[in-house]
Write a protein that binds this ligand. Structure first.
Ligand SMILES: [Fe+2]
Ligand SMILES: [Zn+2]
Length: 383
């Protein structure tokens, strides 16, 4: 059935088409099914998302139509709705077709949602050789990694710079200043407390970058030291706890920007950013915490006292062993963390034997890309 809007559809009118009805409300087209609104489609959304070859680059599937070529009060001149197809005619004669099922699919998340850690949580282990050689193993491990933010690879080589080999699974190394692959041992140049035998409180690395690396691999080449257990902490769970218990503290930690600095004789990285960041839906997307890199805040800045009350609460949660997951990284273990969520820490160690760790950074977007491509290969195999 084709409806000419000037005669048959006006605002708030309801028109039955099959088992569905459409009506216009303001500058949106609504599709009603079984007495509830199935879809609300703004006119500009409809025009912007035309799938025709004129509005898309056929080769790349990218959008080529741009909204500035139509007026902001654009209204369809014709609507046709069959069971699953919506067709719109525009005043300039252009026609757009949409599959309703495809529009409904848009509400689905692109990636599996993140999962919180249950009681007694410990990271999953995956074998180095299987992870690199077997796509199915890598897919299972990386899918779980995106959900929990942590995994451990065991059986890794003890050679220096073996982290380079993970690029086939994790994407390219995200280089930062100081080193491409960082050595954490007593025998290196000291520009960070990590290069001593002292305890390290939970932190993410390079809080001093405006966008710190979003994934970090910590490769224990050799661990002959006594003590020095590794610790991880789900900083998003901590931030959620604060949001529940003290929403005012949570807001302060989202709003108050804190300076962080990491430097040596040749370099300085410096960023002024809030500790907690949320997306536009209020979901936590990043917790930045590094007691060692945090700089002195100008005490005369507005809100410093409120910030310190909230920061005290945060520090108590960060150092509370109830929030810590502890294990020992042996030689050949690689701890991989989603670094904007999972903080790492270490207990003090006794350097009775050599302890040598190497760090390299990756980007979570590239790991998510790997999960998508591995899923595509898997789907193609079973086609
Ligand atoms: Fe670190
Ligand atoms: Zn088009």
């Amino acid at each position: 059935m084709i409806l000419g809007l000037d005669t048959e559809l006006s605002e708030k009118d309801v028109n039955p088409i099959g088992d569905k009805q459409i009506f216009f409300d303001g500058n949106c087209l609504n599709i009603v099914s079984k007495q509830s609104v199935l879809l609300t489609l703004p006119n500009l959304w409809l025009r912007d998302n035309c799938l025709c070859d004129e509005c898309r680059n056929v080769e790349t599937e990218e959008k080529s139509f741009i909204l500035s070529t139509v007026s902001c009060d654009l209204t369809p001149s014709m609507v046709d709705l069959t069971e699953d197809m919506l067709s719109i005619g525009w005043p300039d004669g252009h026609q757009s077709d949409y599959v309703l099922a495809d529009i409904l699919e848009l509400s689905k998340e692109r990636h599996a949602p993140t999962m919180s850690w249950g009681k007694g949580f410990q990271p999953e282990y995956v074998n180095w050789s299987s992870f690199l050689a077997d796509d199915a193993t890598a897919l299972i491990a990386l899918t779980a990694f995106l959900q929990t933010g942590v995994m451990i690879i065991d059986g890794a080589p003890s050679q220096s710079n073996s982290l380079e080999l993970l690029a086939s699974r994790l994407g390219p190394i995200r280089e930062v200043l100081f080193d491409r692959i960082h050595n954490v041992c007593l025998e290196t140049r000291v520009y960070n407390v990590a290069h001593t035998a002292l305890a390290l409180p939970p932190h993410n690395d390079f809080a001093s970058y405006s966008f710190p690396p979003s994934a970090q691999a910590l490769h224990m080449l050799e661990n002959g030291a006594e003590k020095g257990s590794s610790i991880i902490l789900d900083a998003w769970a901590v931030a959620e706890k604060i949001r529940r218990q003290r929403p005012d503290f949570f807001t302060t930690l989202c709003d108050f920007a804190v300076p962080f600095r990491q430097f040596d004789e040749d370099n300085e990285t410096y960023a002024v950013e809030p500790i907690i960041k949320c997306d536009s839906g209020g979901n936590i997307i990043s917790v930045r915490f590094s007691n060692q890199l945090m700089q002195t805040i100008d005490p005369m800045r507005t809100g410093v006292n409120d910030f310190y009350q909230a920061y005290h609460c945060l520090c108590c949660h960060m150092t509370d062993s109830d929030n810590h997951v502890k294990f020992r990284l042996e030689g050949g273990h690689i701890l991989l963390v989603a670094a904007h969520r999972v903080l790492h820490a270490r207990e003090a160690f006794v350097p009775s034997g050599k302890r040598h760790l190497q760090d390299a950074y990756f980007e979570l977007d590239n790991i998510a890309n790997k999960v998508i491509t591995l899923n595509k290969y898997k789907a193609a195999l079973y086609d």
